[in-house]
Design a protein around this ligand. Structure first.
Ligand SMILES: N[C@@H](CCC(=O)N[C@@H](CS)C(=O)NCC(=O)O)C(=O)O
Length: 219
């Protein structure tokens, strides 16, 4: 198999999950490889590879296609869209595609308060989790953005059919569920639609079964 995706785990590694969902949802064959980070203390580590042997950036995900190495989740997704043009990884309509890319770029570059205060932990559920006003603003912006996209497309996914933008936000849905974030009815229906996808169900089943524990993400 020529494509290999290096990740650390499926429970905590939100950027890994984004690339993995694109591969899984669009039926692209690949080999999953588990990597480890020198600086992170992990219990029950089962990784076989040092991430720094794959990428100087030292972060996951990393995609290898033969002698080509691509890092950064969004660049990996763009590479997959280029390599598999018959798969609708981005919307076909150029206007919708530009908005899907804008939403994905906003996710990739932003929402640092949400990401910092609510690390992804797909299998955990917290009650009465409190968060800062800055994180509340991130949550409001995300739900506003989803509402705009869904109103424009008619749903059930942000741009009609599931695309890369939905993969970029799937870990946010996981965070909302983990930390009990209240969602608008429109956001909740969108989250439910994403959670019904076979690729998402597979991710969550695997995450729940993982033995790896990263203490700093167990709040
Ligand atoms: N901007 C990068 C972020 C990648 C990233 O931060 N990955 C985390 C795991 S989700 C990581 O490798 N953390 C290890 C570390 O920071 O040492 C991307 O989009 O791929």
């Amino acid at each position: 198999m020529s494509l290999k995706l290096l990740i650390t785990n499926k429970n905590y590694s939100s950027w890994s999950v984004r690339a993995m969902l694109v591969l899984d949802h669009f039926g692209i064959p690949y080999e999953l490889v588990l990597g480890r980070v020198k600086s992170v203390e992990v219990t029950n580590e089962i990784a076989t590879e040092w991430i720094t042997d794959w990428s100087g950036a030292g972060r996951v995900p990393v995609l290898r296609d033969g002698d080509l190495t691509v890092w950064e989740s969004i660049a990996i997704i763009e590479y997959l869209a280029d390599k598999f043009p018959a798969r609708p990884i981005w919307p076909a309509d150029p206007r919708a595609r530009s908005l899907a890319r804008a939403a994905s770029a906003e996710m990739h570059a932003g929402f640092s308060n949400l990401r910092g205060e609510m690390p992804m932990n797909a299998r955990r559920r917290y009650k009465d989790f409190s968060y800062s006003a800055e994180t509340a603003a991130d949550i409001a912006r995300i739900q506003h953005l989803w509402g705009d996209c869904l109103a424009r497309s008619g749903g059930p996914f942000l741009f009609g059919a599931f695309c890369a933008a939905d993969a970029m936000f799937a870990p946010v849905i996981s965070r909302f569920r983990t930390y009990g974030v209240a969602m608008t009815p429109v956001s909740a229906a969108y989250a439910d639609a994403v959670w019904e996808l076979p690729a998402v169900k597979g991710w969550l089943t695997d995450a729940a079964a993982e033995q790896t524990i990263i203490a700093k993400y167990e709040l």
